[in-house]
Write a protein that binds this ligand. Sequence first.
Ligand SMILES: [Zn+2]
Length: 376
Amino acid sequence: MLKIVKNNKKARTGVLNLGGFEVQTPFFMPIATKGAVKNISIEDLQSLGAQIVLGNTYHLWLRPGDELIKQAGGLAEFMNWNGPILTDSGGFQVFSLGARAGKNFGKNGVKLIEEGVEFSDPLDGKKYFMSPEKSIEIQLNLGSNVVMVLDECPPFPCSHDYARKSMELTLRWAARCQKYFQQKAPEGSKRPLLFAIVQGGVYEDLRKECARRLVEMNFDGYAIGGVAVGEPRKHLYEILDWVVDELPQDKPRYLMGLGKPEEIAAAVEAGIDMFDCVIPTREGRHGRLFVWNEENPTMTKILADKNFYQTINIVNKKFEKDFSPIDLNCDCEACQNYSKAYLHHLLKIKEPLFLRLASIHNLNFYLKLMRVLRES
Ligand SMILES: [Zn+2]
């Protein structure tokens, strides 16, 4: 499944075939939430060397609808992306946009039952019901190359008792997703991969048990969920340690929703192959730009010193007359053509061009980080 090219203790580099595309691991997926990576075009993404993008099931189901995207030939075709896509299950958005956002689970019309999750569209109040089967159906309509099971992502903090009940539900839903997927997914080279999601909160026994039981069910890959929900970051490394050892060598491993550059590097060291995160684009939109401190970065240097990069805030007055590029060593369009002073000006007058250049630069930083981690 995952062809491993090189091992370095727990870290590995490899090649994953997704819908006929060869993807080099470990990799980072830019997020095309609603069918577009905010502020940048597919042509931009392709020139940055992105290998795969992530689409959000929840958002695309509500607008423009999975049936319409199916008619267009799938999400990749619809957005003119010549590469593979991964879709999330929609569960995380249902929980976080619905109830969790207000810290009042049960309000806002989000109702969790054995059968699935009921919620209403925050924009027009229309009611929806997401079951494990529905999530898979939507993702198949989107033409996803990596389909995720529907899971329940427990909040942090959460008691052992709650985390166990939630994990059991996640396991039952994973079985339902798998059954539906086996009946409905296309056969042959177009067949997507189906990934399960390891939950279990910050509890070692639950994380290990969840991983073991999912591995027994034999999925195509395994994700670690519930790790960017506000828990102290020390738990991340514990969870990676507990879970990765339970997972098979020849299947890809995906850490969902993370993280800062040093966290990604540490997770690669711990044996993770796949990442997605809003940080590069979201931080960029707010003027926070990633700059390499290390001129010739390697994995060893990155792991040894987390000051291998810094973030600068371009709105800072000290950049008003700084006519040098963001990063002298960066080959992105922003750094090759524009100065910090110009970008500072664009942000101050809220010129949309700033959002594009900042997103391009920060994504280039993340994609280079992954190249460095792959090559060393
Ligand atoms: Zn740049």
